[in-house]
Design a protein around this ligand. Structure first.
Ligand SMILES: Nc1ncnc2c1ncn2[C@@H]1O[C@H](COP(=O)(O)OP(=O)(O)OP(=O)(O)O)[C@@H](O)[C@H]1O
Ligand SMILES: [Mg+2]
Length: 493
């Protein structure tokens, strides 16, 4: 198309509203700091220093590195929103994509940020983006000033080359707060702790291969979701797709009985939960984008707690996998979904076997104890019907507690028994399209485990040994579906 013959008029983005829009991309502070560190790693840093100073609304957060640094021209280019084209081919080990991260991550948290940089053969340079100035002047101009106490940042004094990013006026976290406000200080410190844990997870493979991230002068340890090297860990065979640009490897973590309490807690990770951390771990150039997510293929359920699947992607697949600016999302292209789901199903099957193995051993051990179902099949005048088992331990104690009103409860039971929708259930079972869920599937199991625990305590108070108590519980419906929880009854969780 020949555009030269068509009338045109400028409609440049309005600087101040555009920058406010950047602020709404939805970074959390930990994803924002990680985005800054991505740049340090891409600039070949060996050391990265994350520091902060609490001073109420004057607090500062900084990230420094000993990477290649930038000269004045490069820094101005780096500060430009959209400094590089998203479709440009990048170095294999570049963690960037959009030419935006430095700006969007910083603006998501603060109103002023400064980048100071030193490149070999050049003198140190710095520039500041100041949101208040952009709002006022309505132009996209950088300022040559440092909106913070200069004595604060001295990391670059000790390195030949490198870059420091300083966030000042961190309004999302500290606006209008005085330095003496102890409660806000605690919140700030807690948030910084979260940042630290997040970095230890997101960059764990870089940390393990020699990059040091210092957090207020202390090395951040790597958090390895797969607990490589631990006893009882099972690695499933590797699957390679798309010319090896996608590599998938499933891990089944060791059963709890094989782990020390410290290892068991370690595996709970930053989310402090095994269940939260099951699923896919998607890495782009060894940088973790997605940490434990089933990508909409499955739900998180406790019996898959041991299942964690590593997916490695090359950065040449960014577009296809819909990598987002925050580097916290990745979605497989439609044509790979089924293959990936199949690989995951294999790992999940093994994981659930290991998870339940202990329970099965207990079941075999205690199979002599009589089983207490909730429902019993009976015949009346030659016809089948289903009756609620009044001897089921939970129902029995319920009936006893009802005392004089027991008769009312009995009536309610009778209503339920007389109206069990057997024909409907049989019909749906035969159609077999949507599977019937097992008892308490996809529900929060905490209350369920609590009932098991109470029952266990009651059994012990009746004089049963721990094994006898577990045996009784293992034979009560629906606890028999979740024998894996028997391990937790001793109260050492
Ligand atoms: N710490 C750093 N050391 C050296 N160069 C840097 C550093 N931080 C940023 N840069 C330069 O600034 C550019 C812009 O960074 P920015 O994070 O905005 O975009 P990106 O990393 O290219 O892509 P993405 O938006 O995906 O992060 C980088 O491409 C890099 O050239
Ligand atoms: Mg970047």
């Amino acid at each position: 198309m020949d555009y030269s013959r068509i009338i045109s008029t400028p409609a440049e983005p309005e600087a101040s509203s555009m920058i406010e829009t950047f602020r709404a991309i939805g970074y959390s502070i930990e994803t924002a700091v990680a985005d800054i560190i991505d740049n340090s790693i891409s600039a070949r840093a060996k050391n990265i220093w994350v520091d902060y100073k609490w001073d109420g609304s004057g607090s500062i957060i900084s990230v420094s590195d000993d990477g290649l640094g930038m000269n004045n021209e490069e820094l101005i280019q780096a500060m430009r929103p959209g400094s590089r084209h998203p479709l440009e081919q990048r170095n294999e080990d570049d963690l960037g994509r959009f030419g935006l991260g430095l700006k969007t991550a910083s603006f998501s948290q603060c109103r002023k940020f400064t980048v100071i940089s030193r490149k070999a053969g050049y003198s140190e340079v710095y520039w500041t983006w100041d949101l208040d100035y952009v709002n006022e002047s309505r132009v996209w101009n950088l300022l040559k000033y440092k909106p913070f106490d200069e004595t604060y940042c001295d990391q670059l004094h000790d390195v030949e080359t490198g870059t420091t990013v300083v966030w000042a006026d961190i309004d999302r976290l500290t606006q209008g707060i005085s330095a003496e406000n102890e409660e806000s200080k605690m919140v700030f410190l807690k948030v910084m702790d979260k940042v630290r844990n997040h970095l230890s997870m997101v960059f764990h493979r870089y940390i393990s291969s020699g990059i040091t991230i210092w957090f207020r002068g202390r090395k951040i340890p790597a958090w390895d979701p797969f607990m490589i090297g631990s006893d009882g860990l099972q690695a499933r065979p590797k699957t390679e797709l798309e010319n090896k640009l996608v590599r998938i490897k499933g891990f089944v973590l060791p059963h709890r009985s094989k782990l020390t309490p410290a290892q068991y807690n370690y595996a709970k990770g930053p989310e402090q939960s095994w269940t939260a951390h099951q699923g896919f771990y998607i890495y782009r150039n060894r940088r973790l984008l997605v940490a434990g997510d089933w990508l909409g293929m499955f739900k998180k359920e406790p019996h898959y707690d041991l299942c964690r699947i590593q997916v490695d992607l090359s950065n040449s697949l960014d577009n296809e996998w819909q990598i987002d600016i925050k580097k916290s999302l990745a979605r497989p292209p439609a044509r790979l979904k089924q293959i990936i789901k199949n690989v995951a199903s294999d790992v999940r099957t093994v994981a659930v076997e290991v998870y339940r193995h202990k329970g099965k051993v207990v079941k075999r051990q205690f199979s002599q104890t009589a089983f207490s179902p909730v429902w019993i099949e009976k015949t009346r005048h030659g016809k089948r019907f289903y009756k609620i088992n009044r001897d089921h331990p939970i129902l029995k104690s319920l009936l006893q507690n009802f005392g004089a009103s027991r008769i009312k409860l009995e009536k309610a039971f009778e209503f339920i028994e007389e109206t069990v929708p057997v024909p409907l259930i049989s019909l749906h079972e035969n159609e077999n399209e949507i599977q019937h869920s097992q008892p308490f599937e996809n529900k929060n199991h905490d209350p369920f485990i609590e009932i098991m625990k109470q029952m266990y305590i009651t059994c012990l108070s009746e004089g049963l040994t721990s094994d006898q108590a577990k045996s009784r519980i293992a034979n009560i419906e629906p606890f028999n579906f979740y024998l894996e929880y028997l391990d937790q009854l001793d109260g050492n969780d």
